[in-house]
Ligand binder design. Structure first.
Ligand code: SF4
Length: 414
C-alpha cells in the first residue's frame, strides 16, 4: 500500500476531479501529510494568490515530512510547470490531461521508486472530456458535466489551462445521474467551467439534460453550480418552476457593473441584459437566491466606474457577492492592458464590496427567518445540531434526536 495525502485548491470541478482520480488508483491508503509517501496537490491558477497558496503548500509539505514525494497537477502546473519544478520534493508535475493517468505514474513509482518523466506538458488541443463525480457525506453529489471554455474573457486563464469547451453526451451523463440516485443521493450539483455550454458540440444542450434529469425517480434536487447569464435560458427557468426540482439558487458571474468594463473584459452581455436576466429569474422564482461573481480592480476601472458598479449592484435583487481581486494572468489579454489599479485601491474596493455583500446576505436571510423551507440535512455540527441547505441556499441548523442525515424536511429558517 502506498500512503497518500492530498490537497485540492480552486473550484468545485477540481474537488470532484480529485475524488474521481484517487478513486481509480488501487493500493493506496489515505493518511495525513506527515505520514505520507506521496503528497498530491491539485492546483489552481485563477488568481496570483491561488498560485502562491500552491507554492506554500509544497514548501509546507516538504517541511512537515522531508521524505515525502510531491506530485502537483491541474491548472497551475498546466500553465507554469517551470515555477514548480525546482520546489522542494516535487517529483512529478501533471497538466490537465496527464493528471487522469496518475494511477499509472504512481504504480510506476511504486516499482521503480522514481518517475520516468518529471514534467508532463499537456497540449490543450488534445484534451479529452473526463467525467468525474464526488459526493459530500453521500447526500449531495457533485457531477462534472462540462469542461474547458471558448469565451476567452480578457482577465481569465481558464481557457488556456483547461482547453476548449467540451462535454459528455446526455446519455453518458444520465448514466452517472442514475448511479448517484441509486447510491442514495438526493441532490445533484452539476458543475463545469461553462456549464451552459453543455452539449453544444454534440448537438445537445443543458435544457435537454435538465429535462431528462427531472424525470429520474428519487432525484429530489438539482443545483446548477454556476451559469453564464447569456446561457440561463428562459425555458430553463420555466422547467425549474414546472418540475420544482431545479433549485431556486443561481450563481451568475457578473464580473463588473459598468458596460465600459464589461466590454474591456469581452463579456457576452451588458448591464441592461444582466439586470433583465436577474429580474426575470425573480419573476419566475421570487424566493430565488442569486449570487454573482465580481472582479474588483480590473485595469481601467476608475473611481466613478467603481461607484457605478456599487449603484448597479444595489439596483438589482441580488442575495450576495463572490468578490475577486483582479490580478494579471500572464496568458490573458488584460495583463497587457494599461491603467492598472493599485493594490491599495483594490483592497479598499474589495473591503467595501465585502461589507455590501454581508448586508445583502443578511437582508436575504432575514426575509425568510421563521418561515418554513425544505432543507436537505447532511451532518451534525459540534453543537450536535443537524445542518443543511434550504432549496434557496440558506444554511440551517436544527435540533433533533432523530437521524436526519440525507433527509429533506420542512423546517423554519433560523
Ligand atoms: S466564461 Fe470567461 S471567466 Fe468563465 S471560464 Fe470562460 S473565459 Fe473564464
Amino acid at each position: 500500500m502506498i500512503k497518500i495525502s492530498f490537497q485540492t485548491f480552486g473550484c468545485k470541478l477540481n474537488f470532484s476531479e480529485t475524488t474521481s482520480i484517487l478513486s481509480h488508483i488501487e493500493g493506496i491508503e489515505t493518511v495525513s501529510v506527515k505520514d505520507a509517501d506521496i503528497h498530491i496537490i491539485h492546483s489552481c491558477t485563477v488568481t496570483e494568490h491561488a498560485e502562491k497558496k500552491c507554492r506554500q503548500a509544497i514548501r509546507h509539505a516538504a517541511t512537515v515530512n522531508p521524505d515525502v514525494n510531491i506530485i502537483v497537477m491541474g491548472c497551475y502546473s498546466q500553465l507554469r510547470p517551470e515555477e514548480i519544478e525546482d520546489l522542494p520534493n516535487v517529483v512529478l508535475i501533471c497538466g490537465n490531461e496527464s493528471k487522469f493517468k496518475l494511477g499509472e505514474y504512481i504504480n510506476d513509482f511504486k516499482i521503480k521508486k522514481e518517475v520516468t518523466e518529471k514534467v508532463h506538458n499537456d497540449n490543450p488541443q488534445q484534451f479529452l472530456f473526463h467525467p468525474s463525480v464526488s459526493s459530500s457525506a453521500r447526500t449531495r453529489t457533485f457531477l462534472k458535466i462540462q469542461d474547458g471554455c471558448d469565451y476567452f474573457c480578457t482577465y481569465c486563464a481558464v481557457p488556456y489551462a483547461r482547453g476548449r469547451s467540451r462535454s459528455d453526451t446526455t446519455e453518458n451523463t444520465m448514466r452517472q445521474v442514475k448511479e448517484a440516485v441509486v447510491s442514495g443521493t438526493k441532490e445533484i450539483v452539476i458543475s463545469g467551467v461553462n456549464i451552459g455550454d453543455f452539449g453544444r458540440k454534440n448537438g445537445e444542450d443543458l435544457y435537454g439534460l435538465l429535462k431528462e434529469m427531472c424525470e429520474i425517480d428519487g432525484l429530489e434536487r438539482i443545483r446548477i453550480s454556476s451559469i453564464e447569464p447569456n446561457l440561463l435560458e428562459t425555458r430553463i427557468l420555466e422547467l425549474a418552476v414546472e418540475k420544482n426540482i431545479v433549485m431556486p439558487h443561481f450563481h451568475i458571474p457578473l464580473q463588473a457593473g459598468t458596460d465600459k468594463i464589461l466590454k474591456l473584459m469581452k463579456r457576452h452581455y451588458d448591464t441592461r441584459f444582466f439586470a433583465d436576466k436577474v429580474n426575470e429569474v425573480k419573476r419566475f422564482m421570487p424566493d430565488a437566491c442569486i449570487a454573482v461573481d465580481l472582479i474588483t480592480g480590473f485595469p481601467g476601472e476608475n473611481d466613478s466606474d467603481f461607484m457605478d458598479t456599487l449603484s448597479f449592484i444595489k439596483s438589482i435583487p441580488l442575495s450576495y457577492l463572490h468578490i475577486f481581486s483582479y490580478s494579471d494572468r500572464p496568458d490573458a489579454l488584460a495583463s497587457k492592458y494599461p491603467e492598472k489599479v493599485s493594490n491599495e485601491t483594490i483592497i479598499e474596493r474589495s473591503h467595501l464590496l465585502h461589507e455590501l455583500s454581508a448586508e445583502m446576505m443578511e437582508t436575504f436571510t432575514a426575509s425568510f427567518r421563521g418561515k418554513k423551507r425544505k432543507v436537505l440535512f447532511e451532518t451534525r455540527n459540534q453543537a450536535g445540531k443537524w445542518t443543511g441547505w434550504t432549496d434557496n441556499y440558506i444554511r440551517v441548523e436544527y435540533a433533533s434526536d432523530e437521524n436526519l442525515r440525507n433527509k429533506i424536511i420542512e423546517v423554519a429558517v433560523n
